[in-house]
Ligand binder design. Sequence first.
Ligand code: ATP
Ligand code: MG
Length: 335
Amino acid sequence: ATTVCKVHKICVLPGDGIGPEIMSIATKVLSAAGRLHGEEFEYKYELIGGAAIDATGVPLPEQTLTTAKASDSVLLAAIGGYKWDTLPSDKRPERGLLGIRAALNAFANLRPAIVPRQLADSSPLKRELVEGVDILIVRELVERIARVAFDAARKRSKRLCSVEKSNVLEVSQLWKEVVIRVGKEYPDVELSHMYIDNAAMQLLRNPKYFDVVVTGNIFGDILSDEASMLAGSLGLLPSASISGTGPGIFEPVHGSAPDIAGKDLANPLAMIMSAAMMCTYDLALPAVAATLEAAVNKALDDGYRTGDIFKEGQAGTKLVKCSEMGEVLLKAVQG
Ligand code: ATP
Ligand code: MG
């Protein structure tokens, strides 16, 4: 048996729709992965979004913020649904998300675009173009973001591409200067520069060129939506919003999927990958992250597919429910 080094306090926000289903899988699998490495996770459940509106009248109760601030990390599933769609915009579930990001000063948004090789056939692009794609898009518009991106590049293949439009936009000239200046502190990271229009094209022409991409808010928004389609499904993509000092927020890119909520049809892989990002970027637990990633990889290798990534006629694959995928992942972790 391994000894426990540290208890990691996680503020858990299951939220709405498929949120509770995928979160219950993620917490179980994360605990099992932690146990393998002698790490313990302590979960504190709080309300956010529609669930919080129903129980307390507001999308972000004070208690949720207090717990979040006192935690090492925040793991969030999904927010919103039909039920709250008629509320005025300042009272909606999504306000809870904006509120917690602001309160935790989570200015840096990290969006990996990964195409698992087992799913390269589900991409709208040709298999040979997307097989092995593993891009990290880092977005926002301040000097701090450059540091986050260089630090991220250091943990990966040490290649950073800064995307801007400095031939046309004045603000982009400043952006480029700042990135180059910060880059002097990271001589081990290879820095390149690309205009946004070219980057949008290269992302489809040769996505494997990219490792870490750093860009402003709007360009990042567009590029990450484009990159998300390389994988062919939203159900695979995690994201992180981090401040670099306090707890960050880790959540799937997808929403609460109200159309499939409660039907045991959701893909829990984006949620698991979000927990893996939490381990990498907030908790300094790369071994636990690697165990989670390996479990996802094994589940896909063994052919398990939830509805969103299942394709009729692909040999060796098996359509499974959300809960079955959860059990497969748990077994993969426990060995
Ligand atoms: P939001 O506004 O919260 O981002 P949205 O309307 O953009 O939400 P999603 O809630 O992400 O979209 O759902 C879009 C589509 O993708 C839906 O048909 C949904 O069922 C599907 N979907 C989203 N997440 C998953 C998942 N984890 N597994 C399977 N299908 C999913
Ligand atoms: Mg959406």
